[in-house]
Design a protein around this ligand. Structure first.
Ligand code: SF4
Length: 362
């Protein structure tokens, strides 16, 4: 069996889990190609105007998956206790059925961690019936998926390249039957990661340190964000909130009067707050998109924290019409401002009279 997995939205956070899950079941996973103009335009045609950009992209990616036995669209309700994913995650797959290529069935599995691991396993076993797998096979696949996800999460922030890791995981899932000694994603790249980390460290001292805040599926989506991350990395050392450990996020959430109950909002606010307090960070950029309900609130919360620390801060709002020239101009102006400020903060002009010239005390 060959199932299609769209390279959008949940791909950017949870693909390692699903890749490990299907790998163990012996099901081949085919991912859609990286986003291009055609994919974006196809996505726009199948979704309503007020839908957020990541969902439009997801609709576009689904339409490229024509040569598969089924398209897989998980309904990821919750991935940790006491929180939910954004409501738009919950509406998948029904909200995107118009984007399914004719004749291709949709498979879906529910992940609702609020009800605990046992319930998640039960829901996956219901999914297992649809693909002809036993309860035992599903349990083994679930554990394999968790290991792949853990391996991926442990590697984040250690100089590993997102695309490289995803490529590696995708290669593993393609046409290979599981063995008892399953290879771990990331093996063999540690040496390259190590040397690239060393290079980064040696270049770091004189470079600006910028934090890029936003959903993983906007930050890593190079086509839709016009390669913002790559452009930033050319000019500065970039910190991503996705590299912040969960413990640190929890610590930085503690000042809130009311708990945030969306997983991504917690990550963005907790990590954003941490970077706002970090005196080695020179500036913060918040990447959001039109139509994002959770960002409309969280962006303001983060902005207040950053303002308290008098740090340069810029919000970039993406949609399908965002132009390259406008983005580049804003980015350059922001980085120039941060650089000037870094170089001249604390500078007192020597022009004019000295403060102590007529002083009796000196
Ligand atoms: S969090 Fe925002 S960008 Fe993400 S799916 Fe929900 S509305 Fe869309």
């Amino acid at each position: 069996m060959k199932i299609g997995f769209p390279r959008a939205l949940f791909y950017y956070d949870y693909f390692p889990f699903w890749a490990g899950f299907f790998y163990r079941l012996g099901i081949e996973v085919v991912t859609s190609p990286p986003t291009n103009r055609q994919i974006m335009e196809d996505g726009l045609k199948k979704t309503s105007d007020e839908t957020c950009l990541p969902l439009k992209l997801l609709a576009g990616h689904m339409q490229t998956l024509k040569d598969v036995d089924a398209i897989f669209l998980p309904r990821m309700v919750s991935i940790e206790a006491n929180t939910y994913n954004c409501p738009k995650f919950l509406g998948i797959p029904e909200s995107l059925l118009p984007a399914v290529p004719p004749g291709i069935p949709v498979l879906s599995a529910v992940i609702n961690w609020r009800k605990g691991q046992r319930q998640v396993l039960k829901d996956l076993q219901i999914f297992g019936l649809e693909v002809g797998k036993s309860k035992g096979e599903i349990r083994a696949a679930f554990m394999e998926g968790q290991k792949w996800q853990q391996c991926y999460q442990d590697s984040r922030g250690k100089g590993w390249d997102f695309e490289e890791e995803m490529r590696e995981i995708e290669q593993l899932t393609r046409g290979q039957m599981p063995s008892s000694n399953s290879p771990k994603p990331g093996q063999g790249t540690k040496r390259e990661a190590f040397s690239s980390s060393l290079r980064q460290i040696s270049e770091t001292n004189h470079r600006l340190r910028i934090t890029l805040i936003g959903h993983s599926y906007l930050i890593q989506e190079c086509y839709a964000n016009l390669n913002l991350l790559g452009r930033l990395r050319d000019k500065a050392e970039v910190n991503l909130i996705q590299h912040v450990e969960q413990d640190e996020i929890e610590v930085n959430l503690s000042g809130l009067r009311k708990k945030l109950f969306w997983s991504h909002a917690k990550q963005i606010y907790g990590a954003g707050n941490k970077f706002a307090q970090d005196q080695t960070i020179d500036g913060i950029i918040y990447l959001t998109c039109f139509g994002c309900g959770t960002d409309s609130m969280v962006q303001e919360l983060v902005a207040r924290k950053v303002r308290d620390q008098h740090k340069p801060y810029m919000v970039i709002t993406l949609d399908e019409h965002t132009g390259e020239a406008g983005l580049v101009t804003r980015l350059e102006a922001f980085l120039d401002m941060v650089e000037r400020r870094k170089a001249r903060e604390g500078y007192i002009s020597t022009h004019g009279e000295r403060m102590d010239r007529y002083s009796n005390s000196l």
